[in-house]
Design a protein around this ligand. Structure first.
Ligand SMILES: [Zn+2]
Length: 438
């Protein structure tokens, strides 16, 4: 994992937030390559979940919502963790922190940070939502929250979307957006962070059809990740046991990936029943029933949710793609990213900076730039330039050499097979298109 974290920083995938000020705890920024990777991931998700499906609509709801939303959702009362404070060093721990030896509040229990005895408070409940104030006055009536999940923006817009899109149950609403949780023990690089992005789809179904749709989405989501090139043996389902199941959920599965720090969840498929819409109907006083005129029925739909972490999924892609290989007695570090997800699709190199090679290479680069995110590199030996692109996950390297200026052909190197093919300079575009969209 350390190697991946260092590559991520060195190559501009992920930087620590506000690094020049010493960093901000568990908040991360995506650099040039990381921003492209995450964007490609979100685009593929949007395409699969919205554009390719007649029965799903997109939404982009605001982060700030009416405070009543979080009362209805149960977050104000229930989104809490039991925490323990040290009165001496002011550190705060989860009550179930394995470093705590002995019951907190007991005069014999030592603080795991400063080592003092009896300085820990008894556990107290602490809400994980970030609070802020709306308007000019900082008073209780003006408290609002940064959303701790994007799902609620979908539930409160359910009627708006239903009516404006003329969809009929079963149908879904998909959204990508930021959410915030004041996690006390975040960590594992970008896995658990305080600010994160979700890719969520809420599918509204008739009660009774929920189990069938639950099975459908469960299979569909696993298939999607395998289609991104993630190794199947590193993926598995984990069904929530009775003690893990949220109080409103009828059934829930996590999709887990085998990270270097163990099997961890990065998407959940949940049968949320009619809990959410029933609660919003109760708290808003607005009828949220679905009226099926043809069957002369009315009901509150059940919701099947597919909830993925965009940052976690991006981390899965990086971890899964990272390989060290022996090539001609040297270790090569390569990110074997699916070409559709790779930040750069190709790099263009003049073998040397003379004899007309830079001119031809520039021309090819300018030509490709209109269609693909490509990179021009004329610095250092060709071997070093290839290795830099291997580390960035760039699937193709286009080299202009001595022969190129004679016969207008270039070599195209494949990142994974290392094979080089000679291709007419005027057909590089076509050659890459065929391979990048396959
Ligand atoms: Zn302490």
């Amino acid at each position: 994992m350390d190697k991946l974290v260092s590559l991520a920083k060195r190559r501009g995938f992920v930087f620590q937030s506000s690094e020049i000020y010493g960093g901000l705890g568990s908040v991360w920024d995506y650099g040039p390559l990381g921003a492209e990777l995450k964007r490609n991931l979100k685009e593929r998700w949007w395409r699969a979940m919205v554009h390719e499906r007649e029965d799903i609509e997109g939404l982009d709801a605001a982060i700030l919502m009416h405070p009543k939303v979080w009362e209805a959702s149960g977050h104000v009362a229930g989104f809490t963790d039991p925490l323990v404070d040290c009165r001496q060093c002011k550190n705060r721990f989860r009550a179930d922190d394995p470093r705590l030896k002995g019951p907190p509040g007991d005069p014999e229990t030592k603080c795991p940070v400063c080592g003092n005895k009896g300085t820990l408070t008894a556990p107290r409940m602490f809400n994980l939502m970030f609070k802020t104030f709306m308007g000019p006055v900082e008073e209780d009536a003006a408290v609002i929250y940064l959303r701790p999940e994007t799902a609620q923006g979908i539930y409160v817009n359910y009627l708006n979307v239903l009516q404006s899109s003329r969809q009929k149950v079963p149908f879904g609403i998909a959204q990508i957006g930021k959410a915030f949780r004041n996690e006390i023990t975040p960590g594992n690089f970008t896995f658990r962070t305080r600010e994160f992005e979700q890719m969520e789809m809420q599918f509204f179904v008739k009660p009774g059809a929920d189990q069938q749709w639950f099975e459908f989405w469960k299979a569909e989501r696993m298939k999607w990740y395998q289609g991104l090139g993630i190794r199947a043996e590193k993926l598995r389902f984990h069904q929530h046991g009775p003690d893990e199941l949220a109080h409103y959920a009828k059934d829930a599965y996590d999709i887990q990936y085998e990270f270097p720090f163990g099997w961890q969840e990065f998407e959940g498929i949940h049968n949320r029943t009619d809990f959410d819409l029933t609660r919003h109907q109760e708290y808003s006083g607005k009828k949220l029933e679905y009226v099926d005129a043809s069957a002369n029925e009315r009901y509150i739909p059940y919701i099947i949710e597919t909830s993925a972490g965009a940052d976690r999924a991006a981390l899965v892609l990086l971890v899964d793609a990272y390989r060290e290989e022996q090539v001609e007695g040297e270790t090569r570090v390569v990110l074997k990213l699916h070409p559709s997800l790779a930040p750069l699709k190709a790099a263009v190199f003049p073998l040397v900076n003379k004899d007309g090679m830079p001119e031809l290479a520039r021309r090819i680069y300018d030509d490709l730039r209109g269609r693909f995110n490509v990179f021009y590199d004329d610095g250092g030996s060709i071997g070093r330039r290839y290795r830099r692109q291997d580390e960035a996950g760039t699937p193709f390297g286009v080299t202009v050499d001595g022969q190129s200026t004679q016969d207008q052909t270039v070599t195209v190197r494949d990142r994974d097979t290392l094979l080089q093919e000679r291709v007419a300079a005027g057909r590089v575009d076509e050659y890459l298109s065929a391979r990048l969209t396959a």
